[in-house]
Design a protein around this ligand. Structure first.
Ligand code: 5RP
Length: 259
């Protein structure tokens, strides 16, 4: 990699390289998707080749699997390894509680499954991803193709009652055709402007039949690594010492329901 990177790519690379240091020999590693995660996969590939680092990687998309194999990383499935020691992934937005919007690259479903199977979740990002309030980035929601317009209508009705600045729902297209995820599903992008209560919205969206998963990642990230164009990287840890504790025993997305 030359240093002729844009400031944004230099920042992404700085965060990815710092996070790659969290990966130790023998670890089972969730490999994220997107341009920042690609810097991570390449860095881990270098460590495999140069240091003899032995890791098993579970990719969060078909394209990350392809890149990881090309980099010489052993690619396995979540079924093969059961749990992961660490998952490292990018994000579209991260707020002060490390709540995230993810799925800009359309891989949110596998990303959420992988992240929630990991002991530690590290998010890598450039400074532009850090926000006071989530929602300027359109929230991706993965839906099944069957009954798509009905599902979209139910989502639009749900949004009417929520604390948001916008409510436009748009089917994601690629080359003029509906975008298809690695699971063969569709993505609806929700243009919300500002999400007043991300926890509530995440729970409600997943109650709609036809919705598979939404791109709000609440109580999932443990660490945020913000890279800077000059190569520095800042590591922000969530205060909560054990965010992977049993659901009923900690403050999490289900707290209000479980009591
Ligand atoms: C893919 C994602 C990515 O992590 C997110 O879109 C950030 O991508 P990038 O690192 O290219 O900015 O959630 O589904």
């Amino acid at each position: 990699m030359t240093d002729a990177l844009s400031p944004s790519d230099a920042a992404k690379r700085a965060s990815a390289w710092r996070a790659a240091e969290f990966v130790a020999d023998g670890m089972r590693v969730g490999l994220g998707t997107g341009s920042t995660a690609a810097f991570l996969v390449k860095r881990l590939g270098e460590r495999v080749r140069d240091e003899g680092l032995r890791i098993r990687g579970v990719p969060t998309s078909a394209r990350t699997a392809e890149l990881a194999r090309a980099e010489g990383i052993e690619v396995v499935t979540l079924e093969d390894v059961g749990r992961l020691d660490i998952a490292i992934d990018g994000a579209d937005e991260a707020d002060g509680e490390l709540s995230l919007i993810k799925g800009g690259g359309g891989a949110l479903l596998w990303e959420k499954v992988v992240a929630t199977a990991a002991e530690r979740v590290v998010i890598i990002a450039d400074p532009g991803k850090r926000v006071a309030t989530l929602g300027a980035f359109p929230l991706p929601v993965e839906v099944i193709p069957f009954g798509l317009s009905s599902t979209q209508r139910l989502i639009e009705e749900l949004l009417e009652g929520q604390d948001l600045d916008g409510r436009r729902v748009e089917l994601r297209l690629r080359d003029g055709q509906p975008f298809a995820t690695d699971e063969g599903n569709r993505i609806l992008d929700l243009h919300l402007g500002r999400i007043g209560d991300p926890r509530r919205l995440a729970l409600l969206l997943n109650q709609i039949p036809g919705v598979v998963e939404n791109g709000l990642f609440i109580d999932i990230a443990d660490t945020l690594v913000i890279g800077h164009p000059d190569g520095r990287a800042e590591v922000v840890e969530l205060d909560d010492a054990d965010p992977r504790a049993p659901l009923a025993g900690r403050d999490n997305i289900f707290t209000e329901v479980l009591g």
